[in-house]
Design a protein around this ligand. Structure first.
Ligand code: ATP
Length: 368
């Protein structure tokens, strides 16, 4: 079934009135960053913080109306001023002396939690190279764009990439009580296993050493303070489902996991494995993101399904976990990462950034 084009969506949105000006939503200039992808449509409704209550029903009505349009299966409207995170008492950080011992089986009871961090979410993938780090960074930036205080922990011992993607070359300084003071880039507090050791060295770490290093990065970084706690810490996990990943999920209080996959069969098999790992360690699955979902033909604008179509979406349905959104294969996204100019920060109203804001919003909804 053919889906409506931008003009048709904008005109349909005018049927819903802005409660303040009385004009249609599009005419009132409230529709920002409209994105259309196969079966899906979404946009951002940006309103002043003190008028958010007024626009909750408008958002719901817009979603309902868009979802009813021909060829649209899912509609998502993000109300960007509505995302203040509830305050949660921070727990004290402590390093468990048993943190390095992986030799005997343990009950999956999480113990460590970074101090002054309200929520920890991990971004994982069963398979390497599916864009997990790109999604973790972009999600962190999108959460920042929604008004949260955000940190990014690059825990990918096999290929730490956050320093390169963000252009951060200075490792964290050490503050009181040997706490690491994370460098900041694009409004994010960042720490990476890449700051601590040479990448080649990290790769040959034995499981317990890697686990201990990750635990230190988590709990001995000054992510927040009592006065200014971090709202969300995004952890870019190492790919796969080995001992290091298992220990990280067992030892750390994690509020939820985002699983990244391409639509390709091989990636999906591994994504399923990652989901099983999280389920076994009682980590809530926030949902699946489909990366490299399609490539837009620059001449015709037609979608080319390089890695197959809707595989991750189908997996989410199959496993009964939320589907958080899809991201196209976009050369600008790759270029931005390579040049330390992340696309989501550089073009916050662009199509890719808006997609990530919607994913970020869906993540926060799952966390509530
Ligand atoms: N949607 C996308 N569009 C274009 N390029 C992308 C996209 N997602 C990721 N890439 C590029 O693909 C490559 C691999 O991505 P990334 O490093 O994020 O994957 P990863 O799953 O974290 O890999 P690893 O397992 O090696 O850590 C990078 O060059 C990245 O810029």
């Amino acid at each position: 079934m053919t889906q409506p084009d931008r003009e048709q969506v904008l005109s349909a949105l005018n049927a819903i009135k802005d409660p303040v000006s009385g004009a249609g939503l599009s005419d009132a200039g409230l529709v920002r960053g409209l994105v259309l992808s196969p079966d899906r449509v979404g946009f951002m409704l940006e309103v002043p913080r003190d008028q958010v209550n007024l626009y909750g029903p408008v958002r719901a009505e817009a979603e309902r109306m868009l979802a009813g349009l021909p060829g649209i299966k899912k509609a998502q409207v993000v109300l960007t001023a509505e995302t203040e995170a509830p305050v949660q008492a921070p727990k004290a950080a402590k390093l468990s002396p048993q943190a390095v011992d992986q030799n005997r089986p343990k009950a999956p009871v999480a113990s460590s939690r970074p101090a002054h961090v309200k929520r920890v979410i991990v971004v994982g993938s069963g398979k390497g190279g599916v864009g997990k780090s790109t999604i973790a960074l972009s999600l962190a930036l999108a959460l920042k764009g929604l008004g949260f205080r955000v940190g990014l922990l690059d825990a990918d011992i096999y290929g730490p990439s956050a320093p390169l993607m963000l252009g951060v070359t200075t490792p964290p300084a050490f503050g009181p009580e040997k706490m690491m003071i994370p460098p900041q880039a694009f409004g994010l507090k960042v720490n990476s296993v890449g700051f601590l050791v040479d990448a080649d060295q990290a790769m040959i770490w034995r499981g317990p050493m890697a686990s201990q290093a990750l635990n230190q990065l988590l709990t001995q970084t000054l992510w927040g303070t009592e006065a200014e706690p971090l709202d969300v810490l995004v952890v870019d996990m190492p790919p796969g489902t080995g001992d290091v990943q298992l220990t990280l999920t067992q030892k750390t209080m994690i509020d939820g996991a985002v699983v990244v996959s391409t639509p390709q069969e091989m990636a999906l098999i591994d994504a399923r494995r990652a989901i099983t790992l999280f389920e076994k360690t009682s980590v809530k699955i926030l949902g699946i993101v489909e990366n490299m979902a399609w490539l837009e033909n620059p001449v015709s604008g037609e979608a080319i399904y390089v890695f197959g179509r809707d595989g991750a979406k189908a997996l989410a349905k199959n496993l009964n976990v939320p589907f958080l959104g899809d991201v196209p294969l976009d050369p600008a996204l790759r270029k931005g990462s390579d040049e330390a100019q992340p696309l989501v920060a550089l073009e916050p109203d662009g199509d890719v950034a808006v997609r990530f804001k919607m994913i970020a919003q869906a993540v926060m909804t799952q966390l509530e």
